[in-house]
Design a protein around this ligand. Structure first.
Ligand SMILES: NC(=O)c1ccc[n+]([C@@H]2O[C@H](COP(=O)([O-])OP(=O)(O)OC[C@H]3O[C@@H](n4cnc5c(N)ncnc54)[C@H](O)[C@@H]3O)[C@@H](O)[C@H]2O)c1
Length: 370
């Protein structure tokens, strides 16, 4: 296929895996031609590592007529403003999550894209991986009967170790458990079960500042503010009637993910939606638990697949799966959880979205459907 030229903005931690994959397994679909960061040395370093021909400023990148997709890997607060600028410059955009911090910003991005006839995509794309795609197929084929409930837990360490170069972003709104980790779970749940119509939630913040006591951290000894909830619990009612509980907290240590879908004829263990692969199993009506082989090939860390899918969408004139509309619904659900916590009321979710089309069966490794 005629490769789609991509310009990357944001050369931080997550850019490494995107660049590895976009210059590797997805390089038949996309070509990374430029990279920019407010810290030019970071862009320079990534350019050297991944042989990207142009290191430039954001303005220069947006002015480059060759670039078709802007891949926005910046911090949460910069997502929507940069996406607007990219669209204004006539570029399609694919952004890291969260899609935006407010519904107004999300809508501004989608409205502008529609006016200009441009595509919008947003992470996560992990639901395109073998794990979740297999679960989607099993549910659609009736392996668990009628799904009526699901339960997800994301218990993980906080950013108090100060090891991420910009760990402060994980101590404020946008890096909180629901806006940061929730999108993996919510996107997978929506891809499996359809849109959400109502939520109720509780959001707690235990501490308001932390002193970094890790001598390995660049911020060792500093006291930094925490300005977002760190422990959130929600119940979601889906359009199709399923009731789903979600617990997301960054108060502990380590990493403890869990996602299960319960059906009238079986209980499905869904692999961690933060990754592409993982074990899929079903507890059958007779009590036996069976591991089910993947129905799709993408089990390895494939971040960037959503960008490749967008490149196929552009070249073959179809919809992209990790879409802005999907991310807008995920954001709506997330914000509704916080609003419910504040008001003490259930909050209706006014947006909706069609489930993204499952990937075709029989695709060769690293190929997508046209
Ligand atoms: N770190 C992870 O494991 C991880 C995993 C999945 C998704 N993400 C998401 O990816 C995004 C980036 O995360 P990260 O960990 O790479 O963060 P990071 O802080 O390491 O990188 C962000 C980069 O963007 C640059 N930047 C910020 N604002 C900018 C602007 N206006 N113009 C140009 N450059 C700008 C920063 O200088 C920084 O280098 C976040 O939204 C995060 O939620 C991170």
């Amino acid at each position: 296929m005629d490769r789609v030229k991509v310009g990357v903005i944001g050369a931080g931690v997550i850019s490494a895996i995107y660049l590895k994959n976009c210059t590797g397994m997805w390089s038949h679909a996309v070509e990374v031609v430029a990279i920019a960061d407010v810290v030019p040395e970071l862009a320079q370093k990534r350019a050297e590592e991944f042989h990207i021909p142009c290191v430039c400023t954001v303005d220069e990148l947006l002015a480059d007529p060759e670039i078709e997709i802007v891949l926005n890997l910046t911090a949460p607060a910069a997502h929507a403003p940069l996406n607007i600028r990219a669209l204004e410059s006539g570029k399609h955009v694919y952004t890291e999550k969260p899609f935006a911090l407010t519904r107004e910003d999300a809508d501004a991005v989608l409205t502008l894209a529609k006016t200009k006839g441009l595509l919008v995509g947003c992470a996560p794309d992990t639901f395109l991986g073998a794990g979740i795609q297999t679960c989607i197929k099993l549910i659609a084929d009736g392996w668990i009967g009628e799904p009526y409930a699901a339960s997800g837990t994301i218990i993980m360490g906080n950013a108090f170790d100060g090891m991420h170069p910009n760990f402060q972003n994980f101590l404020k709104f946008g890096g909180d458990p629901i806006m940061d980790m929730g999108p993996y779970y919510l996107t997978a749940l929506i891809a499996m079960l359809g849109p959400v119509r109502k939520v109720t939630g509780f959001a707690h913040q235990r501490l308001h500042e932390v002193t970094i006591d890790n001598p390995q951290s660049h911020a060792y000894g500093q006291t930094v503010p925490i300005s977002a909830p760190t422990n959130v619990s929600a119940v979601l009612e889906f359009d199709q009637g399923m009731i789903v509980s979600l617990q997301a907290a960054k108060e502990s240590f380590g990493y403890k993910p869990r996602l299960e879908v319960y059906g009238t004829e079986g209980n499905l263990t869904v692999p961690d939606p933060n990754f592409f692969g993982g074990t899929v199993s079903i507890q059958m009506a007779n009590g036996d638990t069976k591991e089910i082989p993947h129905t799709h090939p993408y089990k390895d860390e494939g971040r960037g697949m959503g960008v490749a899918d967008m490149a196929y969408a552009l070249r073959f004139n179809r919809a992209n799966r990790a879409s802005g509309q999907l991310a807008r619904h995920v954001l709506d659900v997330s914000l509704s959880i916080f609003e419910s916590s504040k008001s003490g009321q259930h909050v209706p979710v006014t947006s909706t979205v069609d489930r993204p089309k499952p990937l075709a069966l029989g695709l060769k490794y690293n190929q997508l459907d046209r």
